[in-house]
Design a protein around this ligand. Sequence first.
Ligand code: 26V
Length: 810
Amino acid sequence: VSVSNKNLREISPEEFKERLASKLDRHFEESVEEASKEDIFAALASMVRDGYSGKWRRTRIAESANGHKQAYYFSIEFLPGTLLKSNLLNLGWLDTAKEALADLGLDLDEIAAVEPDMALGNGGLGRLAAAFMDSLASTGYAGNGNGLRYKYGLFKQKFVNGYQKELPNDWLKQGDYWEVRRESKSVLVKFGGRVNMVDDHGWMTPQYEGCTVVRAVPYDVAMVGYHNGVANTLRLWDAEIAPEDELKYPSIADRRKIEDLTSILYPDDSNYDGRLLRLKQEYFFVSAGLQSIVNNFIKDYGEENLADFPKYVAVHINDTHPAMCVAELMRLLVDGHRMDWDEAWEITKETMSYTNHTIMAEAMEKWDVGMFSQLLPRLFDIVKEIDRRYAAGLEGKVSGDVIERTRIVKNGQIHMAHLAIIGSHSVNGVAALHTQLLETEVLSDFYQLYPDRFNNKTNGITLRRWIQIANPDLAKLLDKTIGNDWRFDSKEMLKFEKFYHDTATLTSLQQIKLANKQKLAKVIKDKTGVVVDPEAIFDVQVKRLHAYKRQTLKLLHVLKLYQDLKAGIDHPKRVVIFGAIAAPSYVFAKQVIKVINAVADLVNNDPDIKGKLKVVFLENYNVSLAEQIIPAADLSEQISTTTKEASGTSNMKLMANGALTVATMDGANIEIKDAVGSDNIFAFGLDKDEVYTYYANHSYHPRDLYESDPVLKKAVDALIDGTIPNCASEGRALYDAFLKDNEEFLVLADFEAYLKAQKLVEKVWQNPRQWAQMSLVNIAHSERFDADKTIERYASEIWNLDKVEFDAEK
Ligand code: 26V
């Protein structure tokens, strides 16, 4: 679909107001003046749905009628945040909506705040999946999502006395505005029981006995493309009692056992935990999704053409959670359609592709054979057969060790990453360094076996959301300087660099940042009571709480600054802002939260330091809060232990909003540095070889550093010497962690370099023009991380998709 014009308004304010009035009249029998925010929100959502329903239908028809290949992105998490403003933007209605509502004395932002976040994900992995949905539609590819409709999204984080508490996130309570229940597309998913193979006219066919049948009902959410008439589908499955089983589950408690399958999103991205419910969830959305894809294929192309399946279907395995796709498609083809094993296997490999999102060994999914075979007896047989053929195929070709190391079933466990790699034609990492580490370290055996399967796809972000929606004033400045083509092709943003010496533009940038900071200061005041100065450096670290992300290194820096200020050593004013959720079972991460909150209490209330340093830990970091924090950031903290952060994506969002990055050379930080040049980033710390040398030689002895560096010692000692009230045991835990011999995250090893980088930050901050220039370069080069471009590469290099073409009616 080509962009017909650069007109950003697809509707007039008058028409918009008329439609709003008639919606309110029809749904709530009230006028605009009488309507509550909730009612206006509902009316707007309904208008938006009217606005895309035709596009949604036409996209579906065009795709099947024109024989387009479709990609299905299987992900156990999707984290879209709110959808009202992004749908308005993509329809070309956003500016009109703001104006029309303002005419009526209403503020779109206030009304949009009614919408709960769709928080069906933990962090980067889920947010990436949602970004890809937006980009697939916006680039005009037929790409759909397949996931789970969790009744409760990621828990709500509350701080009580500085400790994280978790509350249920009942996001559906108000009714979801965007989903469509498609009962007629329901399928059945079988669990447990026994399987007997019986000879049916010469074909060994499974007979299922005594299994539990769960009905999978899809809820579809439209993924609307940007100004292009496309609307794809995010399909989320819900678990229900099968109609024929109603009598089997007469009591509420019995029904719950079935329906609870989709109740909660696992809030843990810190440790693999082989729980039965999680395995059920994984199989449920894998089986339901693949059944509906195969059914559709047969409807469109006929069973006799199943050999062509990979010509029309690509299935993407987002991390190992949907890795069972490999075995399930084999089951559907071999058992369901009596396809010869070898043919089915070629089809499966051609169809599947897999992304790895972490090298952390703790995250590797493995299922106990006992649990797996009981829950999924037939699938287990198929996994075993895949494994047997894999091993047999390599016999005599490679050493027995390699076979043992790479096979799927071993030591009573099923290795899901191995299943995903062996059953796919593509394996990708999410940033250049990460892919390199997969090839040379983590998956090197597989890389030797299948070098052609490996490829890199550096992550991207939805620039539309992070600039056009979250930072409208920056968007307007870009329009004013380089024209609005960048809204359609992010490459255009590079032209912004031409304004490097333009004083008026630099001044505007500063004013926009200041205004965003004033807004955030108000949010901070409202949420925490802490008063912060918008003229201070807003120093931001927002991401899940993990030892490897090293919020602890930032904490040590805060303690050092505090100690300096107490001693009369001056620093520029700084507000350190954290946003981070810890997995409920991750004890260390929760201790870090408590200590940061205790330090915040101490620092924010110490008159000696005259407000020169403030520490703010905002509760419940999520997409909506990110939209408020990120446009107001001056400094972006990307300080993971090098090699540990696969990519990172908050680094990209922050640079796009003009924050300067303090970065270890990890994940996509390296590519940010490539894009902006070393003068426009504060790079520091151990490089990958130094990190691996420490690991290989077990030569990291933090106590030596601590004893020999008095500045470091003083900051670390603050954790245990009573400086910080009310966190003695947590302070001790951090202290012990830092000093543990061969501590994995090498926090103290990077301390000195980090301080040096922060010194440079302070120096540049004294020169506001230079700061603004660096900021401008970062904004211009954020185009490199446009998820639309990432998706173009997935589409052409992995999925082999072509663009949907049809009359894109407005
Ligand atoms: C992280 C860790 C680290 C500590 C120990 C175990 C463990 C288990 C899982 C995870 C993360 C789960 C997968 C994930 O969310 N990965 C993130 O994916 C993002 C999108 O590709 C990427 O930007 C982040 O760097 C990566 O952590």
